[in-house]
Design a protein around this ligand. Structure first.
Ligand code: ATP
Ligand code: MG
Length: 346
């Protein structure tokens, strides 16, 4: 089976290598298709996200993707298509998602015994909408002393992410779907997002549904982590809430994620490229390893994906191999190798 691999930058290459090692330990006949991105793509094609890269991901359909530094792009990136049309995006990560028409970013966060303390029972899947909201990057300056950004919500995108979430809940035997919003202030945009959610919820009487203001949701997850199950959120709220959840579980290095589209899907950690620890071999590879497990589930290798998840939890709970963000001294590869050893015995 063929999987794409985009190493990214910062800690990307280190945690990507660790993830490939664990995925290979499943014994599946994996063929990696190396796809250049960022600096490597600039060197080869003169652009951080050339159409060659977009096409290669589409061709292979699923890919593991390391994180990418956001500040390097200095805000904007223009992609030119074969037919001459152009699109400008606020960041390279955003450009990949939109060029590939990826529409939902599921981010499961689950507490781990002996690590997460009060948040051991935290078990949420955040379904973050990724095609619109303020992250479309429609910003402009008004003179030197003011600036404006547009928040976009469409019925089509809000309905699509709500449907995906309820379908996911049904297939994965989850009990409840909660919509996060701030519809009391943003009547039109978040109001529409909530309206679409409620319409979709009516078609799933077997699944409980409710909604929370995003600020109240942040407070509630800290005080009462068992309150939430599957969560649907617009782009920015979903982004922030997933870092919060990963932090409660113990580290940003534990938050896995996928970017799902109709034509292709990429699998990447919640966290960024962590330039402060890049190259030191101490980054926690777990978030990307768990994203790799999501990729296996996505291609129908449910049991192999579940095995990786189980082994990650066991190794971390045992406590002998933990990276510094979790209070240990293990290196990225030591932790990955310990997980791989367990996976190969499953
Ligand atoms: P982005 O905008 O791309 O999401 P960010 O500004 O949110 O990036 P991160 O790169 O996610 O920032 O890093 C935030 C902090 O978390 C940093 O101190 C970083 O070292 C730490 N961190 C992130 N990922 C990991 C990891 N896998 N292992 C250990 N520490 C990490
Ligand atoms: Mg971040």
């Amino acid at each position: 089976m063929k999987f794409g691999v985009l190493e990214g930058n910062g800690i990307g290459p280190e945690i990507t290598k660790a993830t490939q090692h664990v995925l290979e330990a499943t014994g599946l006949p994996i063929e990696w298709v190396h796809i250049p991105i960022a600096e490597e793509a600039i060197e080869k094609y003169g652009h951080p996200l050339p159409q060659e890269t977009v096409k290669a991901i589409r061709e292979v359909k699923v890919a593991v993707k390391g994180p990418l530094l956001v500040d390097k792009m200095q805000g904007r990136l223009t992609c030119v298509h074969d037919d001459g049309t152009e699109h400008t995006y606020p960041s390279l990560n955003n450009a990949i998602r939109r060029e590939l028409q990826l529409f939902v970013n599921p981010r499961p966060v689950r507490g781990i015994p002996n690590i997460s303390g009060k948040y051991e029972k935290l078990d949420v899947v955040i379904m973050r909408e990724i095609t619109e909201d303020v992250y479309i990057g429609w910003e402009h300056k008004i003179g030197r002393h003011a600036a404006q950004a547009i928040k976009l919500t469409t019925r089509e995108a809000a309905t699509r992410v709500a449907k995906y979430s309820f379908e996911y809940a049904r297939q994965n035997k989850r009990k409840k779907v909660t919509c996060f919003h701030k519809a009391n202030v943003l009547n039109f945009t978040d109001g529409l997002f909530l309206e679409c959610f409620r319409e979709v919820a009516q078609n799933y009487p077997d699944i409980e549904s409710d909604d929370f203001m995003i600020d109240a949701a942040c407070y509630t997850v800290v005080k009462n982590p068992e309150k939430f199950d599957v969560i649907v959120a617009a782009n920015q709220y979903g982004d922030i809430f997933s870092d919060l959840s990963a932090g409660l579980a113990g580290s940003l290095g534990l938050g896995a994620g996928a970017n799902i589209g109709e034509y292709a899907s990429t699998f990447e950690a919640c966290h960024g490229a962590a330039p402060d620890i890049a190259g030191k071999g101490c980054a926690n590879p777990v978030a990307l390893i768990l994203s790799g497990a999501l990729m296996l589930r996505h291609v129908g290798q449910t049991e192999k994906g579940a095995n990786i998840e189980k082994c990650v939890r066991e190794v971390l709970s045992e406590g002998k191999f933990r990276t510094p963000d979790l209070g240990g001294t293990a290196s990225t590869m030591q932790l990955a190798d310990e997980i791989a050893k367990k996976v190969s015995k499953c």
